[in-house]
Design a protein around this ligand. Structure first.
Ligand code: GLN
Length: 282
């Protein structure tokens, strides 16, 4: 018979060296196996696990030891103000991507009724965050992956966010014609094809097509920057997340394509992370 606190101690010891946060992982996985939250574990450290709970927990810990990200084991991840369903068909939303949401909201007036598109939405993180904060806007979310789009739709339904439209397809091809977009945003793939990062712990479980983008990682960013001016309204904004070492290259591309108001914002870790430009106004 194993008690909650003992199970946690054993598991976090085993997870040392396999995770940067062994105790937290153990707590999240045990709470999942028990169908409870982490507070419950602190409240009832002496409670014995049933055989079924112990078996469920053991399975989750084994998968974590094999490198699977906690977000995939739980099937969800916190982003912005909500919990999103995530599956191996979607990238796991990263905290630094909240910078894109913040900078987008800083440019959208509270009562604006803009048409906005999130290209390559994955779990829907960016689109849903913007849509929830700007209810008068319509946010169009695209993805090439039908499976990812299904997850994004499920998230919109679960959160009751109605001002989002979903379109399957590659980048601009997925967007409906005849809309002058006030803002286009994307967290595209931007990791170089040969980067060791793609094989890193956790990352190797994520969809490669959401991460890798050519020899220099700039293939999709280049396409987005080249094509966006033909779809943006005059004065419309483009916001693009990029790699920590790509800020100069991306702002140079924006300048080369005639964007104005170009800037690059740093994430909480101090890395250049978000390039912003504007189609020249009327
Ligand atoms: N920031 C992610 C990572 O480092 C990459 C996300 C992306 O390619 N858009 O794993």
């Amino acid at each position: 018979m194993t008690r909650i606190e003992t199970a946690l101690q054993t598991a976090s010891q085993r997870l040392q060296g396999h995770s940067d946060t062994p105790r937290l992982d153990a707590e999240l996985l045990l709470a999942e196996a028990l169908g409870q939250d982490r507070t419950y574990l602190r409240t009832w450290p002496e409670q014995a696990l049933t055989a079924a709970q112990a078996a469920d927990f053991a399975r989750l810990v084994e998968r974590r030891l094999a490198g699977e990200p906690v977000a995939y084991l739980l099937g969800r991840r916190g982003f912005w103000t909500f919990e999103l369903a995530v599956t191996p068909d979607t990238l796991i939303p990263r905290p630094e991507t909240e910078l894109l949401v913040e900078q987008a909201l800083a440019r959208i007036p509270a009562d604006a009724a803009w048409s906005i598109a999130d290209l390559g939405t994955g779990s829907g993180a960016i689109a849903l965050a913007i849509a929830s904060e700007r209810p008068a806007c319509t946010v169009h979310a695209t993805d090439r992956s039908a499976a990812a789009l299904a997850v994004a739709r499920r998230n919109a339904d679960a959160l009751g966010i109605g001002n989002v439209r979903f379109h399957q397809g590659s980048w601009f091809e997925a967007l409906p014609e005849g809309i002058a977009w006030a803002m286009l945003v994307s967290n595209p793939p931007y990791v170089p094809d040969a980067a060791p990062h793609l094989e890193a712990r956790g990352v190797r479980f994520e969809p490669r097509q959401a991460l890798a983008a050519g020899a220099d990682g700039l293939d999709d960013l280049r396409h987005l920057i080249e094509t966006a001016p033909s779809r943006l309204a005059p004065g419309g904004w483009l916001l693009l997340e990029h790699g920590w070492d790509q800020g100069e290259a991306v702002t140079r591309l924006l300048a080369g394509h005639g964007y104005t108001d170009i800037r690059d914002e740093r994430d909480l870790a101090g890395h250049p992370r978000l390039a912003i430009g504007r189609r020249p106004g009327p």
